[in-house]
Ligand binder design. Structure first.
Ligand code: SAM
Ligand code: SF4
Length: 446
């Protein structure tokens, strides 16, 4: 039998890209590829790219430049660009880097095997269509091999919200939800392979409205995310359910209630607000106010008092004044975030905000530093308060120190434990003894 061909995938950006990379590797597995962790011995290199902020495309071009030598040594090496930069730049990528053989957008991954055939035959392949067929259905058959205890599962893709700063509606297309039956089938397959925690993914995951299973009377009607979570909670062997990323306007009552009543739904919610200023939120086309967001957080905390709230912020959006930024700081003070991502506004060609008068880079940098200092203090205080508590940890891998195991708590804190008797995939109570800069440590509780 011929040696398998080797595939090296480098993934940039969000968790949806991590999921997509796995599915691409599985799709190419059918064409005789196994994954390798280094580009040096690869027969195919795929860059799964992100376009959310500026310089992403430039990073891809410079990364491609680094493969020039490899391609010269090994003319059979095939190089592909996937993801949102592929979608946004298309043919331009092959024009600027003629050594690229394959450009494939996020909606066309199910066609990878046929594109691979094409490039092996010496042709170039470009596919940035939004095809009518369901790529997940074509990709569905996942191999039966064992895998780690946690997995991502994409249930919804694309976005119809058109925030004035964001490229997602252009690169990922319109919002689509996968039928509930297919999500449940994929979840069951993952559990059979050893998965105990699933994170449901979507650009607006809480806007999920997938077709429900047909009942005795015919069509099943649309299911909400809450309904899908309750059905997943019935899957034996699945212990933890998470979802990300949510939009404040799609947090319905059933989902809030599920946080209080569904034991398998973890007490962690990523709920980006972007800004605390109503003027900026309006200019961003977010369609919510600071007050409505704060009221929502209150309702969520009433349902699940210990929930850890995480979020996203953009500073220096066009038109943001010092007073607007002060409103953002006040909102952060009011919420108290346990985790947060914050960015300087970055112009994205083709989005409405790119055309507006821009805030000075030095002002953006100064505001980001102040915001991050506050967020870091909050995160640290919430993490430090875990010391002395006993938390459940799902162990995912060995740690860097001898005998150390690493996992995540219900609240998604990274936890390290040194000691005998813990295996990967164990869900074990741990007494927290120490809080470090980015993680907790503890001992196995009796
Ligand atoms: N759908 C999610 C929501 O509405 O909150 C967010 C998805 S987006 C992939 C992730 C984050 O990237 C956003 O929440 C936003 O904070 C950030 N982001 C998006 N476009 C950006 C831009 N042009 N400049 C800076 N940050 C941006
Ligand atoms: Fe982008 Fe999220 Fe706004 Fe959609 S809701 S446009 S994904 S930031």
């Amino acid at each position: 039998m011929a040696d398998p061909k080797k595939l090296y995938i480098k993934t940039y950006g969000c968790q949806m890209n991590v999921y997509d990379s796995e599915r691409m590797a599985e799709a190419l597995g059918g064409s005789g590829y196994v994954e390798t962790s280094t580009p040096d011995d690869a027969d195919m290199i795929l860059l799964n790219t992100c376009h959310i902020r500026e310089k992403a495309a430039e990073k891809v071009y410079s990364e491609l430049g680094r493969f020039k030598g490899l391609k010269a040594e090994k003319p059979d090496l095939k190089i592909g660009v996937a993801g949102c930069v592929a979608q946004a730049e298309g043919e331009e990528i092959m024009r600027r880097q003629p050594m690229v053989d394959l450009v494939v957008g996020p909606q066309s991954y199910h066609r990878l095997p046929e594109k691979e055939d094409q490039v092996r035959g010496g042709k170039k392949a470009l596919d940035t269509d939004f095809p009518a067929e369901d790529k997940f259905e074509v990709l569905r058959k996942r191999p039966k091999a064992a895998r780690g205890p946690t997995a991502f599962l994409t249930v919804q893709e694309g976005c119809d919200k058109f925030c004035a700063f964001c490229v997602v509606p252009y690169t990922r297309g319109a919002e689509v939800s996968r039928p509930a039956e297919r999500v449940l089938a994929e979840a069951r397959e993952l559990v059979e392979r050893g998965v105990r925690e699933i994170t449901l993914l979507g650009q607006n995951v809480n806007a999920y409205h997938g077709e429900g299973p047909a009942g005795p009377n015919g069509a099943g009607g649309d299911w909400s995310l809450a309904r899908l979570i309750w059905a997943l909670a019935e899957v034996d062997g699945l212990e933890r359910i998470r979802f990300t990323t949510s939009h404040p306007n799609d947090m319905d009552n059933d989902l809030i209630e599920a946080h209080g009543t569904c034991d398998k739904l973890m007490p962690y919610l990523h709920l980006p607000v972007q800004s605390g200023s109503d003027k900026v939120l309006k200019a961003m086309n977010r369609k919510h106010t600071a007050k409505s967001y704060l009221r929502l957080i209150e309702r969520i905390r009433a349902a699940r008092p210990d929930i850890l709230i995480s979020g996203d912020f953009i500073v220096g959006f066009p038109g943001e004044t010092e007073a607007d930024f002060a409103d953002t700081m006040a909102l952060v003070e009011a919420v108290r975030y346990g985790q947060c991502y914050s960015f300087k506004y970055s112009t994205r060609p083709g989005t409405p905000a790119a055309e507006r008068a821009q805030v000075d880079e030095s002002v953006k940098a100064d505001r980001l530093a102040r915001l991050q200092a506050l967020l870091t203090d909050q995160q640290r205080a919430i993490q430090d308060a875990m010391v002395g508590q006993t938390v459940k940890v799902l162990f995912e891998r060995e740690g860097r120190m001898p005998g150390q195991m690493a996992g995540k708590s219900d609240h998604l804190h990274a936890v390290h434990v040194v000691g005998e008797g813990i295996g990967i995939g164990d869900l074990t109570p741990v007494r927290i003894t120490q809080s470090g800069p980015n993680s907790l440590s503890g001992v196995k509780a009796a």
